[in-house]
Design a protein around this ligand. Structure first.
Ligand code: HEC
Length: 200
């Protein structure tokens, strides 16, 4: 190839790459869906805080019944959100109570470490690949409030149902303001393209 053609070829390729780039970025990130995930997680977090606050001031030890009214509904709602939206909504914690909530990827461990190091960091997005599927993952911190200590406070003061039901429990000895864990929402790219296509 003569040099002039070679240069023309290179410029042509560069233009093609530049033209394709914005489309690729747009397909990967649908801001409306990301915003929806943020909103749903805020509601999920308010659900737990609201339920936990009903325990405050109660002298009776939480039972299986009251437990069902605090963190279990949060897990169930997370599953519902996953099904409804085609997302993967999880709670993740280094010190977990339910082993299903252990850190699942290297990136989730890094995210937890970031929340630990930066108390003012509320949440962030990053590109992620889960089960071979590319997408975006949103992480949102979960802090310990006074009302959480009834079940996540001192080890020997945990309710009986926790001691019995979670023999490998690690989610105790927290103090108010500690990082309890995080929510993680994975939105696969395919899902986002479909949603984007459906939007007027
Ligand atoms: C009545 C007892 C109780 C109270 C109060 C409570 N939790 Fe929990 N929490 C549990 C139990 C039991 C689980 C495990 C649920 C499961 O099996 O999915 C759990 C699980 C969690 C998880 C999921 C990660 C893990 O460790 O498995 C998070 C996050 C969490 N709690 C945060 C909180 C926060 C924040 C508060 C206060 C706003 C709170 N909890 C109050 C009992 C409680």
């Amino acid at each position: 190839m003569r040099p002039i053609y070679r240069i023309a070829f290179c410029i042509g390729m560069a233009i093609i790459v530049m033209l394709l780039q914005p489309t690729a970025t747009w397909a990967a990130v649908n801001p409306a869906e990301l915003a929806k995930a943020v909103q749903e997680i805020e509601q999920l977090d308010m659900l737990r805080s609201g339920l936990a606050s009903t325990l405050e001031g109660q002298t009776a030890e939480p039972t299986m019944k009251t437990m069902k009214e605090v963190c279990r509904p949060v897990g169930m709602k997370a599953m519902e959100l996953s099904k409804e939206n085609g997302w993967q909504v999880k709670q993740i914690a280094t010190k977990y109570r339910n082993p299903a909530h252990a850190p699942d990827t290297l990136h989730s461990r890094i995210a937890l470490a970031q929340f630990e190091q930066k108390p003012e960091l509320m949440g962030f997005w990053e590109k992620a690949t889960i089960d071979g599927q590319a997408g975006d993952r949103y992480y949102r911190r979960i802090n310990v409030e006074a009302s959480c200590l009834a079940c996540h406070g001192q080890q020997n003061r945990r309710p009986q149902f926790v001691k019995e039901g979670y023999p490998q429990d690690l989610a105790y000895d927290f103090n108010v303001g500690d990082l309890r864990g995080m929510y993680a929402v994975f939105i696969p790219e395919v899902q986002q393209s479909i949603q984007a296509a459906l939007q007027p």
